[in-house]
Design a protein around this ligand. Sequence first.
Ligand SMILES: Nc1nc2c(c(=O)[nH]1)N[C@H]1C(S)=C(S)[C@@H](COP(=O)(O)OP(=O)(O)OC[C@H]3O[C@@H](n4cnc5c(=O)[nH]c(N)nc54)[C@H](O)[C@@H]3O)O[C@H]1N2
Ligand SMILES: Nc1nc2c(c(=O)[nH]1)N[C@H]1C(S)=C(S)[C@@H](COP(=O)(O)OP(=O)(O)OC[C@H]3O[C@@H](n4cnc5c(=O)[nH]c(N)nc54)[C@H](O)[C@@H]3O)O[C@H]1N2
Ligand SMILES: [Mo]
Length: 770
Amino acid sequence: MKFKSKIKPYSAAAGGWGSLEATTRFVFDSKQVLKNMVNLMRMNKAKGFDCPGCAWGDDNKSTFSFCENGAKAVTWEATRRHVDRDFFAAHSVSRLYLESDYFLEYQGRVVEPMRYNRETDHYEPIGWDDAFALIGKHIKNMTGPNQLELYTSGRASNEASWLYQLFGRVLGTNNFPDCSNMCHEASGYGMQQSLGVGKGTIHLDDFDHADAIFVFGQNPGTNHPRMLHSLRHAAEHGARIVTFNTLRERGLERFADPQKPLEVVTPLAGTISHRYYQPNLGGDMAVVRGMVKALLETHNARLAAGKGGIFDSEFIEAHTQGVADYLAEVDATSWAFIESQSGLSEAQIREAAQIYQQADNVICTWAMGITQHKHSLVTVREIVNLQLLFGQLGKPGAGLCPVRGHSNVQGNRTMGIDEQPSQAFLDSLGNHFDFAPPRAHGHNTVEALGAMLRDEVRVLIALGGNLAAAAPDSHRTEEALRQCDLTVHISTKLNRSHLVTGKRDALILPALGRTEQDIQAGGPQFVTVEDSFSMVHASEGIGKPLFDTQRSETAIVAGIADAAVGNTPTIDWLALAGDYNQIRDHIAATIPGFTDFNRKCEHPGGFYLGNAAAELRFATPSGKAQFSHAPLPESLFPQLKGETVPFVLQTLRSHDQYNTTIYGLDDRYRGVYGQREVLFMNPEDIAAAGYRPGDLVDIATLWNDGVKREVFGFKLVAYDIPRGNLAAYYPETNPLVPMNSIGDGTGTPTSKSVPVKISRAATRQTLRIA
Ligand SMILES: Nc1nc2c(c(=O)[nH]1)N[C@H]1C(S)=C(S)[C@@H](COP(=O)(O)OP(=O)(O)OC[C@H]3O[C@@H](n4cnc5c(=O)[nH]c(N)nc54)[C@H](O)[C@@H]3O)O[C@H]1N2
Ligand SMILES: Nc1nc2c(c(=O)[nH]1)N[C@H]1C(S)=C(S)[C@@H](COP(=O)(O)OP(=O)(O)OC[C@H]3O[C@@H](n4cnc5c(=O)[nH]c(N)nc54)[C@H](O)[C@@H]3O)O[C@H]1N2
Ligand SMILES: [Mo]
């Protein structure tokens, strides 16, 4: 494939014609125009399927409840392109390995189960029964249940993931590494520690009642486009939106609603951000600390003047613990340190604090810019602290909103895809099915890879996702996967993980997608998912599957479980897969909040799972919301023991990708076209280092373990980013993220702060063909 590459800054608003044009181009390109249009119209409506894009909530009000990137996700899935046995016969695995991630997925849907033949280096067809039997055999050959790793990517439905976790636990392991371990772990654990609940506390319509919305480290224009509607709407109603983002992101500046034709053709495009601040990578905890420092001064000054303070003392008194320790820590943090770590001036931080103070109701939202650092957990807790000081919880228009990634990643956790399940959950599972679930914690993603590298893992099963490309330290990750005896990928599309095969066997099992009809023995089935706002709702595919050899994820999981553990006295796996209502009845019996699950699914728009913290009930040891009082980190890279770090690199998404799925080579809002190996850099940094925009550089990680981590030939793009900070796309830069560089208390790879140096590209040594 040949692409014309150019760099051309984008000047229009986000959304608008650009996005309509891009959406229609995708819909019409995909050769299934009619089917695609029908799909789009039903997406996120009361009857139809849940958008497989992001986990933003649905209001079910507008006719076309979709966005450009949701349209891409759907058309990418509902393509007629496919990789069949002829394709695999024509291309060896070693040959395919040289291709780009874009090329691999572009080949289309996986058709039938395939088994790797090491002799010929080709994948060959295998029947479903034989595939299940092979997995069963490998699992029975294991000498302990923890030699199995069960990875999950956040698209899997509640039904499939609940069955999957039951299978693992019946077998005896809690090894459930998942994409969440690389994603929002800090939000879950941080909020759990502070509030006793690891989920967002607001409803979608709280955005209509907020006076201020603070958006930290996320790029909704690309990754949660429907959130722009909520922000836009809030701004129209007078809410002030304050953005903290290292990069200037177009979608956070101006937005024209592509579903409102007038906005697209007139200058009605709305300003999104009232203020836009660009902190250093990893600087947000210092930003919030500074805001609280400024607010504390005001509070104390007012108290000294005999006026009431500005903190919500009643709320603090009634519902929280630990405020004194926290405020002492704030007091002890100097402005000089806050400024140097945040990269913002005291004046900027005071200005943000003032906007916060002037608002009655405040929502804080965040995503990967907050969660993929070493100190992410305490950063999340710092944001919670700020909200607690002002009682911004348990009232309309206020609260905490970690904006999730994958469309059902939150639901997966609710269903028990968790390497650290609660004892209460295990008790309920054990009682219901009369068995003894394993109690010891299992592996998260990085720990699973470590166990593979130590040759402790025999079988890896992946329910969706693309672990080889999504995980850090690509070369070591691949080495890890190759240590397993058997790798099994339950996938919709060809991807890199299929080409990094287990020592003895590798299988690709073709799954139906969210958009497709799912017919089982008991008739047509629907599944359920949970969004970022704890709304659970049904999702029913409407497209006819391309091939009758593709199976639903739930059926595949049941087939594996049946072959590996057989029927237990109380579990008939295949019968469960024949009728998902039965699975939902078991979910109702084992997971809080799901009583009467099947009946509740009939409710259009779904049902709310509830959130105790939002009702000011805190399941913490003290029964109160807990202020944290962590100091700001001395350094973002203590491992480097003071070594000079010339640049900090973040690895992020372009507009034309869904994680490791690359839809195209453009990043429209950032003005990049036809290429992905680019490095965004401050123009003064470019000049100071003696380069010019367009020059090619190599990037190398500075780390403490002697391992060389480099990528080659990245084109410099001058960009509005603070000096010393860099950005480049994931997954091309995953080789740079050290596997042992993880968040404290989260285990999440530090994909948003990689210490690097750059040098002029010596030779262009790209491993993969674009
Ligand atoms: N179309 C599309 N939608 C998606 C995805 C996709 O790939 N494509 N992925 C899904 C998934 S799994 C997830 S988790 C989400 C990801 O959604 P995002 O978190 O928006 O994803 P990233 O592209 O990683 O963007 C991180 C943003 O945070 C900023 N940032 C990075 N580091 C810092 C920092 O230290 N401080 C501050 N203040 N800002 C920082 C970056 O400049 C960038 O704007 O989106 C989900 N939705
Ligand atoms: N450097 C760096 N690394 C990162 C990140 C980063 O910001 N920087 N972000 C991290 C984050 S937030 C996440 S969530 C992870 C994502 O990690 P993963 O979830 O593992 O990766 P995806 O790219 O979303 O997975 C794409 C594959 O999923 C399969 N698939 C798609 N739809 C379906 C389906 O409906 N069913 C099944 N069974 N399979 C399906 C397709 O075969 C496709 O190739 O990556 C993480 N890695
Ligand atoms: Mo994610």
